[in-house]
Design a protein around this ligand. Structure first.
Ligand code: SAM
Length: 243
């Protein structure tokens, strides 16, 4: 009902997501700053600061594309920690790799192309999985959560930062107007690609809300699940443990 978007069929979604991120890879960060007024940086910083991730851990940053989260994680992980940046899109991974090397993290991370729905990693091999602004792009989200559970060690933690449901009705109306009417125009202006940003907005609209996503965490076998709303629920951090 909201501004009449239509659902993308699952079969086409993976292709579309590939095209979107290949098209925006180089300008991805600039767009994030413009679209969120820089607030995405604060959300990401809080996500990592509140993660409980510690020195020496082995972390998988899924949909890690540009390396944003990995860069924030490195100081917490110390010399003995390790990050695997996993993303389905090679163009995004290359941006992330360059950034991580420029930031001085050569040798302390690896990049690996992977689909969140079928992780090329062993069972019980990871201390924490992070996924920031990635889950909504995955076709089978439940399968991605099941995979997180599988690769986590017992005691390991899954953390998802994602757009969610705004819990204030006035703010919600403003936000939807901004998303559907203004954001694709900014996208068109900066990247000459209105459709990609139209897709991003629609993927946010279709994403499960807080309660539904928490149930999906539980369905995956994760325990002690909870969430924290940021900016009135524009985004939420979901967490759960493999016990
Ligand atoms: N985590 C980064 C951040 O917060 O800035 C990048 C987020 S970006 C919006 C979403 C990323 O998800 C893209 O790099 C895209 O290639 C990746 N992605 C989409 N579908 C995926 C899948 N099925 N498996 C792994 N990564 C996927």
């Amino acid at each position: 009902t909201h501004f009449g978007f239509k659902e993308v069929p699952a079969a086409d979604k993976e292709k579309l997501v590939g095209k979107v991120f290949t098209s925006v890879a180089g300008k991805y960060d600039l767009m994030n700053d413009l679209m969120s007024g820089g607030v995405h940086r604060l959300w990401k910083r809080h996500f990592v600061a509140a993660s409980g991730i510690r020195e020496g851990q082995r972390v998988l940053d899924l949909a890690g594309g540009t390396g944003d989260i990995a860069q924030l994680l490195m100081p917490r992980l110390g010399e003995s920690g390790h990050v695997i940046i996993g993303d389905i899109n090679q163009a995004m991974l290359e941006v992330g790799q360059d950034r991580m090397i420029d930031a001085g993290f050569f040798g302390r991370f690896e990049i690996q192309q992977m689909n969140a729905e079928a992780l090329p990693l062993e069972d019980n091999s990871i201390d924490a999985v992070t996924m920031a602004f990635g889950l909504r792009n995955v076709t089978d989200k439940q399968q991605a959560l099941n995979e997180m559970y599988r690769v986590l060690k017992p005691g390991g933690k899954a953390l998802v930062l994602e757009f969610s449901q705004v819990n204030n009705s006035l703010l919600k109306q403003l936000y939807q107007f901004y998303s559907f009417k203004i954001l694709p125009e900014i996208g068109h202006w900066v990247t000459n690609d209105r459709d990609s940003y139209q897709y991003l907005v629609e993927s946010i609209e279709q994403h499960p809300n807080q309660e539904t996503l928490q149930q999906m965490f539980e369905q995956a076998g994760l325990e002690m699940c909870g969430y924290e709303n940021l900016s009135a629920g524009i985004v939420a951090i979901h967490t759960g443990y493999k016990l």
